[in-house]
Design a protein around this ligand. Structure first.
Ligand code: URP
Ligand code: ZN
Ligand code: ZN
Length: 470
């Protein structure tokens, strides 16, 4: 089966040009100059021609930070792999890297096997895994090498959530030493969880139990301090470090310092930290703020966090935008913390909206079209060992392609989204653009506002080592 995508503007991380894209089965076969003999002959012979006039033709999005069915605070993230990956496809994301979870004291191998079982045969799009190591112990350190051999080439460690996922500096440093040796990437949740818990207990004792106190007790300096500590530990160990879900200027400054010294220090941010804030969202009347409880928390609009993060995306101190997709419903899930913000499950769902929300950054003049592609697709592929199979429109790459309509509009709402959530954190935001058509490995998943895929279309991806390191 051959498909020709005709008359579109192909956008990559390095430029844009008018081109026709020929797909042979699951792979991009050629990128052709429109009107050339080769393009005419491809059009004549193709089984199917898709007209992309007026549309951007971009590599499918790669969301390298999702939590389908994450166990958290006595409940589970509400999207299954089936529902969450279908929602991702609706939003132009054609690959996810989800976090397999090992909690403190659990067996790594059994935890990973359970994650494979959850995802197998369920996914709409291709998927890969990072491994969360909770409370790193000797058994986990021993498993790290074999996991790298199986394509799980990055490990998330936590400086937050004592007793659940938390590792102390010695545990972190040992894991970094293993990573320095086997080439893996250390992904770090950088918040000082010990200090946060002190402020959390004190706030609760004063009766300050509303959702906004989740944000107030997770001080941005606690993120800056932990980010710096993670970087210093990684530099001594000789391991690359990738700061996940960076939210605060204080943390970004530490990343920028290390990067200015040419270190293998990287960071991502997420749409919630670019668009939402502590006062209006986490501080919404009644219990509505619970829908915005995530860690690190949304930051105040009165400091520079939002503008600094956009700036970081321009300078590459922030290399990637992921979602940290971790959806919970208000009813019966967020409600677990009605009397105490510390019991609200942490997380916001957004896997469906990342490509749109960051495209809006292009419309707002914050980043270029090319940078949109780079931060949402190409760099995630390079950072996490999927390039050049993913993240690029070039011969030999998987035909994961999105046609994006800059003349369309998208109104984000709980009434229209495809995630398993009873609210939308981005309710009412209008995007001046629209995901028009989505192909995953040559198969059309989204077209004419309808889903044409089948459960199990997506396959597991064994990842290589990062090709982003200096
Ligand atoms: O609030 C968040 N971020 N929930 C998901 C777990 C994590 O720390 O990434
Ligand atoms: Zn985290
Ligand atoms: Zn996360």
């Amino acid at each position: 089966m051959t498909t020709l995508i005709q008359n579109g503007t192909v956008v990559t991380a390095t430029g844009r040009h008018e081109a026709d894209v020929l797909i042979d089965s699951i792979t991009i076969a050629a990128v052709l100059q429109p009107g050339s003999d080769a393009a005419a002959s491809a059009a004549g012979g193709a089984d199917r021609v898709i007209d992309a006039t007026g549309k951007y033709v971009v590599p499918g999005g790669i969301d390298c930070h999702t939590h389908m069915e994450l166990p958290f605070g006595g409940t589970f993230a509400s999207d299954t792999f089936e529902i969450g990956t279908r929602a991702a496809a609706w939003g132009g994301t054609t690959t996810i890297i989800d976090f397999a979870v090992q909690k403190t004291g659990e067996n790594v191998r059994e935890s990973l096997d359970a994650w494979f079982a959850k995802a197998e045969g369920e996914c709409a799009i291709d998927y890969a895994f990072h491994m969360i190591l909770g409370g790193v112990d000797d058994a986990a350190l021993k498993e790290m090498d074999s996991l790298v051999g199986e394509g799980i080439t990055s490990f998330k460690l936590f400086m937050a959530y004592p007793g659940v996922f938390y590792s102390d500096d010695a545990q972190i440093f040992r894991a970094m030493q293993v990573a320095a040796n086997n080439g893996a990437m250390i992904c770090m949740h950088a918040e000082n969880g010990i200090a946060i818990d002190v402020l959390g207990e004190q706030a609760a004792a004063r009766g300050q139990t509303d959702p906004i106190f989740h944000g107030i007790t997770r001080h941005p300096r606690f993120e800056g301090e932990a980010t710096n500590r993670a970087i210093q530990l990684a530099l001594v160990a000789g391991a690359p470090v990738y700061i996940v879900h960076l939210s605060a200027s204080e943390a970004l400054e530490r990343v920028a310092e290390a990067r200015n010294q040419g270190r293998n220090v990287f960071a991502e941010t997420c749409p919630q930290y670019l668009y939402l804030n502590l006062e209006d969202h986490l501080g919404a009347p009644g219990f509505a703020g619970a829908g915005y409880v995530c860690s690190p928390p949304l930051r105040t609009k009165h400091e520079h966090h939002h503008s600094d993060l956009w700036q970081g995306l321009r300078t590459n101190d922030l290399a990637i935008v992921s979602t940290d997709h971790c959806p919970f419903c208000m009813k019966e899930q967020k409600e677990l913390g009605l009397d105490d913000f510390r019991a609200i499950p942490n997380g916001i769902g957004g896997v469906e909206h990342r490509m749109d929300l960051i495209y809006q950054g292009v419309v707002m003049g914050e980043i270029t079209l090319e940078r949109w592609v780079e931060t949402c697709s190409t760099t995630p592929a390079r950072m996490f060992g999927l390039y050049p199979q993913k993240g690029v429109i070039a011969p030999g790459a998987d035909a994961d392609i999105v046609l994006y309509d800059p003349k369309g509009t998208t109104d984000i709402s709980v009434d229209t989204h495809h995630m398993s959530m009873d609210y939308s954190a981005y309710e009412g935001i209008r995007i001046d653009g629209k995901v028009d058509t989505v192909l995953s490995k040559g198969k059309v998943l989204i077209e004419n506002d309808a889903y044409h895929g089948t459960k199990g279309d997506g396959a597991y991806l064994r990842r290589g080592l990062s090709s982003y390191l200096i």
